[in-house]
Design a protein around this ligand. Structure first.
Ligand SMILES: [Mn+2]
Length: 335
């Protein structure tokens, strides 16, 4: 077991709210990932164990691959209309209501106490009443684990699976540089509570459709190297004949990251209506958060994203110029 972390004032306030209030609304960002869904499921299980009323409501449903732990809970999808009654609204794995679609507007306007649990950097005004934020934490699910320990609540099997999914999704199955001792210690504790790593792996990563290898080869065929092989860009045009817009870019990302000498991988997915979505990954000190912020996005130093106005060809050109600048500027890699 990891040592209990000391809490700041806002984190202590979050714990008090969880102890004292009765009803909670848990929400996350559009297209919620494994960490967001895992964090929500874990926190819901903890609050339910404390006898609280909990509603989970997201802009989009959880991925069916997560059913092995999400099926034990009710994951609502917000369409429109009034929110269920709640004393406290909790936003997980995101600190910007603007990334929660129409649900974000509704939560912002609701007469409830607002809490954020997150490990991303926040820029701009702090609009919440209390937050449990640690930008050094590998996953939001890890913060929920800390919260459960501080509250003295034992994780049930659903919560254990959920936190494990948070950890593996945000650390690339314990490969990325955010994999620290606390992450692995918690993972060990979760396995002790019944989590079966190979079954989680099968549920998450052994369920590709027969088209997946075709999508992968289609995306990889667009890869172009720059900056003497330190930068590689690949893309997915909106009207690609083989690759559908559901295609997952992560496997292609992994293949390109594995190339020796590659420091930065940039992926541009063309969206409908002259927009592109950037996914940026860094293997060094190169700051892809700074790069994404130049285009109105953000995230972490080693993983970030942005949605950018413009056609694929125009965005590609601007992105390449800005990315190459990063290699010559102070944000560039250290030796
Ligand atoms: Mn996360």
């Amino acid at each position: 077991m990891s040592e209990p972390q000391s809490l700041d004032e806002s984190q202590a306030r979050v714990l008090s709210l969880f102890r004292e209030k009765e009803s909670f609304l848990l929400s996350g960002h559009v297209r919620p990932d494994g960490d967001c869904i895992g964090g929500e499921a874990a926190l819901a299980s903890v609050l339910l164990a404390m006898g609280k009323r909990v509603t989970i409501l997201n802009p989009d449903p959880p991925d069916p691959n997560f059913a092995f732990f999400t099926d034990a809970l009710d994951f609502g999808v917000y369409q429109e209309g009034e929110l269920p009654q709640h004393d406290v609204a909790v936003l997980l794995d995101i600190s910007e209501l603007s990334r929660c679609g129409a649900l974000g507007d509704k939560i912002g306007a609701a007469d409830s106490i607002k809490v954020v649990i997150d490990h991303h950097m926040h820029f701009g005004e702090e609009w919440w009443d209390a937050s449990f934020v640690d930008v050094t934490a590998s996953a939001t699910g890890l913060l929920v684990y800390r919260i459960a320990r501080a509250l003295g609540v034992e994780l049930d099997r659903t919560a254990a699976d959920a936190v494990y999914v948070s950890l593996v999704c945000d650390t690339g199955w314990f490969k990325y540089s955010n994999t620290d001792a606390e992450t692995l210690t918690i993972a060990g504790d979760l396995v002790g509570r019944g989590v079966e790593p190979s079954k989680v792996y099968d549920a998450l990563f052994q369920r590709d459709s027969p088209s997946q290898p075709l999508w992968l080869s289609g995306m990889l065929s667009t890869a172009v190297y720059h900056a003497e092989g330190k930068l590689v860009m690949f893309e997915l045009p909106f009207a690609d004949p083989i690759v559908t817009k559901q295609a997952d870019s992560d496997p292609a990302m992994d293949v390109l990251r594995a190339v020796e000498g590659v420091e930065v991988v940039l992926f541009l997915r063309e969206l409908e209506g002259d927009q592109c979505k950037l996914s940026a990954r860094s293997k060094t000190d190169y700051d892809v958060n700074a790069l994404a912020r130049k285009f109105g996005g953000g995230g972490h130093q080693k993983a970030s994203g942005a949605t950018i106005e413009g056609s694929l060809s125009s965005v590609r050109e601007r992105m390449l110029a800005a990315a190459l600048e990063g290699f010559s500027a102070s944000v560039g890699p250290s030796s």
